[in-house]
Design a protein around this ligand. Structure first.
Ligand code: GLU
Ligand code: MG
Length: 421
């Protein structure tokens, strides 16, 4: 039987999962123009599947528009070719739809370039657990744990290379069966695309070997957290502007303003970067995950960690210099996570903020998703990041997710998220 080659047009939506529709490759030219139909309520699809709340009901039509710059084609060893586009959601007249996560990020990046002449390079460092790797005590970061994932790491990095991204590292992490993969920095939008593709390739490969790559923030309430750390640097054209050896923590004036903005809006940002109920079991003491809204040099317990400069590197100190945001996990759509960081950074630039030493670390991160959505609602500046409708719907979307888990204990909640992420 002759197969009809298909290509999937997907959106990494508010739930952080990629959903969409496939069509024959033969129709590609026309589909790139006209896209694929979608209805408004789909953006309110919870990570568990059901739509718990929606202002749209059953009405309305939108278009999934595949981005030709975000195409992935990978042939797996079982001779199945996975072809997909990451996509934007537009109105039927082709104009951007305000609720589209990729548009949320693009608008922030455009503003950063338009108002300040700056662009952002970013890299997502992602941790996950492989379900079918034998776990041995003491194998933390061990060559033995590295070996026991078999060819998974090589296949994952190979798939990323085929998909057009530059792998940086693959390592056995601290937790049982936990691994981490990192990529080289990319331009803002593309860095978020890369994060989405890496999750999908990890899931595709684990599924082919009869297991799962689980990115959920916590598999059990007392387990080891899976973080998604986001490294960021600011550039003006080819010139890195994040570093100034004379600046506070080595940050240049504009970077200082940008990261001060992130600190100032940290609680609101958390509603996008740590957007599951289980996210907050990770953001607790002694997990190498942050609990305060703080910036510190080379401290893996901080919300913002100023990364080190390696004098042994071929790269100049200024080009290496970056700041790592550690309050994110993979229940977040990378577009909403990075988008909210850029919007918050823009607030800092627009208000001319600057970082200062914060000896008292009294500003605690939100303790729950409910705290985070309340902070987002209360943050007047955040209301300008997108339309009032989108903001209210997002808050309702997250609050409905909290309500849906009301009758479960922490163990049950971790289990539900581990099934879907
Ligand atoms: N697993 C930790 C987290 O939840 C991070 C460990 C590390 O520093 O890589 O973020
Ligand atoms: Mg790590």
């Amino acid at each position: 039987m002759k197969r009809e080659p298909l290509v999937f047009a997907g959106v990494c939506d508010w739930s952080g999962l990629v959903r969409g529709k496939a069509f024959p490759v033969a129709d590609l030219a026309s589909r790139l123009k006209k896209g694929v139909g979608l209805t408004h309520s789909n953006i309110m699809m919870s990570c568990f599947g059901p739509i718990f709340t929606t202002p749209f009901g059953t009405e309305g039509d939108l278009i999934i528009r595949p981005d030709p710059q975000a195409y992935v084609e990978v042939v797996f060893e079982d001779d199945i070719t996975e072809r997909f586009y990451l996509s934007d959601i537009t109105n039927t007249d082709g104009t951007p739809w305000d609720f589209c996560p990729r548009t949320f990020l693009k608008r922030a990046l455009d503003r950063l370039e338009g108002r300040f002449g700056l662009h952002l390079l970013a890299s997502f460092e992602q941790e996950f657990v492989l379900s079918n790797v034998e776990q041995r005590p003491g194998a933390t970061y061990a060559l033995d744990a590295f070996r026991r994932q078999g060819a998974f790491g090589e296949k994952l990095l190979g798939a990323m290379r085929l998909a057009g991204f530059a792998p940086d590292s693959f390592l056995p992490e601290y937790g049982p069966g936990q691994y981490e993969a990192t990529l080289h920095p990319e331009e803002g939008l593309r860095s978020a695309d890369a994060a989405v593709v890496l999750r999908e390739m990890a899931r595709a490969l684990a599924w082919r070997s009869g297991g799962r790559a689980i990115f959920a923030p916590m598999l059990t309430p007392d387990g080891i957290g899976n973080g998604t750390h986001i490294h960021m640097s600011l550039w003006r054209g080819d010139v890195p502007v994040t570093h100034d050896p004379a600046g506070f923590l080595g940050l240049g004036r504009e970077a200082s303003a940008f990261f001060a903005g992130i600190l100032d809006h940290m609680s609101a940002v958390t509603a996008f970067t740590a957007p599951s109920v289980a996210s907050y079991y990770r953001l607790t003491p002694n997990r190498w995950a942050p609990v305060h809204a703080n910036i510190r040099s080379q401290d893996r317990g901080a919300a913002l960690r100023v990364a080190p400069i390696f004098s042994t590197s071929e790269e100049t100190p200024a080009a290496q210099f970056n700041v790592e945001f550690r309050v994110a996990d993979a229940s977040a759509s990378p577009y909403l996570a990075l988008g909210s960081l850029v919007w918050a950074g823009l607030e800092g630039l627009e208000r001319g903020l600057s970082l200062q030493a914060s000896p008292d670390e009294s500003q605690i991160l939100p303790r729950s998703l409910m705290d985070a959505t309340a902070a987002l609602q209360a943050d007047a500046a955040a209301s300008s990041w997108w339309s009032e409708d989108a903001m209210n719907s997002y808050i309702a979307f997250k609050n409905a997710e909290i309500a849906a888990l009301e009758n479960l204990d922490e163990e049950g909640i971790c289990k539900r998220y581990s099934e879907v992420y």
